[in-house]
Design a binder for this molecule. Structure first.
Ligand code: PLP
Length: 406
């Protein structure tokens, strides 16, 4: 008899967004006239920038000509894209990352979820609480969180680094030393950012204890304040202890096109082995590369026109985020985020749980958000709204929220 991977049975039954979808569908069925506005989504809504469309168009034409047709992409990704990334995202910011240290992929979710494969099952992982669920779930699937007898033990083996308002949603260094430390700044779901000093402390800690930092910078392009690090490699010594993930999804609306990359410095090693060749082997064996046309589309965001158009898209979402943030403050809410990230993290009124507030907002304002408790116990009594909707819907949703709570 074929046996299943029983680790999958340890995963929570219903993924956060499917539970939200189910609740919204039930509500809509019972109230067909309700005009529901979704501000819970982490998906973009603006169309792809013209410079990117032009690049896609010309790459599609190339694929139709015998002389310019391309088959499998090189394992690490096309050099034209890796050169553009290294130059624009790293070297121009003073980070010494070479194109050879960049692995192009179809997005950060796969890379964040798959990276744990190159590490032993006996590694202890540390994550922020609240947290983007992929980091924990992918380790549970691999069996890294061990056996459990009760619900309470489900994530035994994970070091949770509490991120509360007292520390502006940036974790303290963990007391129990983990082997792998997942960090994400600007943060999903809290919208918080870490200062250079705070990140440097983690880098020094990792180098002192031999831990590896897995740094998710998917929202790097939303940083608006000067002095906030865009990359972990802005910290001294990070090339000796950190892997970085980036995504074109939120930077340039590629959630449907799919493109991202992972940086593994050549010098990064642990347990007597370099990590670059391990990921290269994994990448080469299990992945056949992002499509040529999409890599050309990615290259286009680094052109002068592309940069300007993408900047405008980000400004559009950040206008929404600012509008939500200001409106909620006006209504008396305790609000965080929304300045260097498209996420607004608010404290639920009174003692309401995250799901109680979800139900109230859906029922009384027909607005959908994301309950904070879905991101871990530390998210209870918080709620996430996003700036990714349309301007019109954002304004309309805030009118309803202000009417209800102000
Ligand atoms: N990392 C974080 C923190 C995210 O919030 C998301 C998407 O919501 C991703 C990674 C996934 O990015 P991609 O679309 O490149 O897979």
């Amino acid at each position: 008899m074929a046996k299943i991977n029983r680790n999958y049975l340890k995963l929570p039954g219903s993924y956060l967004f499917s539970r939200i979808g189910q609740k919204v569908a039930e509500y809509q069925k019972a109230h067909p006239e309700a005009e529901i506005i979704r501000l819970g989504i982490g998906d973009v809504t603006r169309p792809i920038a013209p410079a990117v469309i032009a690049a896609l168009d010309s790459a599609v034409k190339e694929m139709g000509e015998e002389s310019t047709f391309r088959g499998y992409a090189p394992d690490l990704g096309y050099e034209f894209l890796r050169n553009a990334i290294a130059e624009n995202d790293y070297r121009s910011r003073g980070c010494d990352i070479s194109p050879d240290e960049i692995f192009v992929s179809d997005g950060a979710k796969c890379d964040c979820g798959n990276i744990q494969e190159i590490f032993g099952l006996d590694n202890v992982i540390a994550v922020c609480d609240p947290v983007y669920p992929v980091y924990v779930d992918s380790n549970v699937m691999a069996g890294r969180t061990g056996e459990f007898d009760s619900e309470a033990d489900r994530y035994k083996g994970v070091v949770y680094m509490t991120c509360g308002k007292e520390s502006a949603f940036v974790p303290e260094l963990p007391e129990e030393v983990p082997d792998l430390i997942y960090l994400c700044f600007p943060n999903n779901p809290t919208g918080a950012v870490a200062t250079k000093e705070q990140l440097q402390k983690f880098v020094d800690y990792a180098n002192e204890h031999g831990s590896i930092i897995l740094f998710d910078a998917a929202y790097e392009s939303y940083i608006s304040e000067p002095g906030i690090p865009h990359s972990i490699y802005e910290c001294e010594g990070a090339k000796k202890c950190a892997i970085e993930f980036r995504s074109f999804s939120k930077t340039a609306g590629f959630t449907g096109l799919r493109l991202g990359f992972t940086v593994i410095p050549k010098e990064l090693e642990t347990d007597g082995e370099k990590l670059w060749p391990l990921w290269a082997r994994r990448h080469g064996t299990k992945y056949n590369g992002a499509p040529y046309i999409i890599q050309r589309a990615g290259e286009a965001i680094y052109s002068e026109a592309g940069k300007e158009q993408v900047k405008q898209q980000i400004a559009y979402y950040m206008w929404n985020a600012g509008y939500i943030r200001d409106g909620l403050k006006e209504a008396g809410f305790e609000v965080y985020g929304g300045v260097n990230a498209p996420y607004i993290w608010l404290k639920t009124p009174g003692d309401m749980t995250s799901w109680e507030f979800f139900d109230e907002l859906l029922d009384k304002a027909n607005v959908v958000g994301t309950p904070g408790s879905g991101f871990g116990p530390g998210g209870e009594h918080y709620f996430r709204l996003t700036g990714f909707g349309s301007k019109e819907n954002t304004v309309k949703a805030m009118e309803r929220i202000l009417k209800l709570y102000k």
